[in-house]
Design a protein around this ligand. Structure first.
Ligand SMILES: [Zn+2]
Length: 195
C-alpha cells in the first residue's frame, strides 16, 4: 500500500490537499505526480465513489440472514458502474431455517460467501473490475477465487477488534495471496465509516 493510514483518513475526510502534501514529502514528488499517484496507482476511481460503494456493501451485508457475520460485496467497473452485488447465505432455495443458521458446521459447509455470490451473479468477465467487501478483507478462499476473475483491485475496511481473533489468520493469508498475484488491495480505516 502506497498510502499511510493517516493519509487514507485525510483523503476520505475531504482533506485531500494535506494528504497530497504528506505523499509529496514522503516520496519527494511534485504536486501533480502525487495527485496522479493517488488517483491512478492507488485508486482506480475517486475516493468519494469508493466511500459510496463501501456504504453500499455495508447495506447489502445487512440483508444476510447469518446471525454472526453479515458480509456484503459490491463489484464495479472502473467507470463507477455497479456490475454485481452479493451477501453471504445458503444457496438459493435451500431452507435457511434457524436451526441450520445456528449450527456452525452446517453453516460453514453451506454458506456461499458474499464475494462468490457477487462473482457468480455478475455472469460476465470481470477484468479490471473492483470488488468492495464489508466488513472485512475477503477470506483466503475467496481471495484465491477473486484472483482468477481478473478483478484488479480489492477494497475493504480494516479488521475490527472483535473480528480479529476469528479472522486474523485468514486476513494475513488473503493479503499474501493478493500481493503474490499482483492484485491492488486497499485497507480503509474503520473510522471513515463511523465504526
Ligand atoms: Zn470468503
Amino acid at each position: 500500500m502506497l498510502l499511510t493510514k493517516k493519509e487514507l483518513k485525510l483523503i476520505f475526510s475531504d482533506n485531500v490537499s494535506t494528504a497530497v502534501q504528506s505523499v509529496r514529502d514522503r516520496h519527494n514528488l511534485s504536486f501533480e505526480d502525487a495527485m496522479n499517484m493517488i488517483h491512478n496507482e492507488v485508486f482506480q476511481i475517486k475516493p468519494s465513489w469508493i466511500k459510496r460503494f463501501m456504504e453500499q456493501a455495508k447495506l447489502i451485508a445487512s440483508w444476510s440472514k447469518d446471525p454472526s457475520t453479515k458480509c456484503g460485496a459490491v463489484i464495479t467497473d472502473n467507470k463507477c458502474r455497479i456490475v454485481s452485488e452479493g451477501f453471504n447465505g445458503f444457496p438459493q432455495r435451500f431452507p435457511d431455517k434457524p436451526y441450520l443458521l445456528y449450527n456452525r458446521e452446517m453453516k460453514y459447509n453451506l454458506t456461499v460467501h458474499s464475494e462468490i455470490n457477487a462473482i457468480i451473479f455478475a455472469n460476465k468477465p470481470l477484468n479490471d473490475c473492483i470488488i468492495f467487501s464489508w466488513p472485512m478483507i475477503p477470506c483466503c478462499r475467496c481471495a484465491a477465487v477473486i484472483c482468477q476473475t481478473g478483478i484488479s483491485c480489492v477494497i475493504y475496511p480494516e479488521l475490527s477488534a472483535d473480528l480479529k481473533e476469528r479472522w486474523g489468520k485468514s486476513e494475513k493469508l488473503s493479503k499474501e495471496i493478493f500481493d503474490k498475484c499482483g492484485i491492488n488491495h486497499i485497507e480503509l480505516p474503520l473510522s471513515i465509516f463511523g465504526e
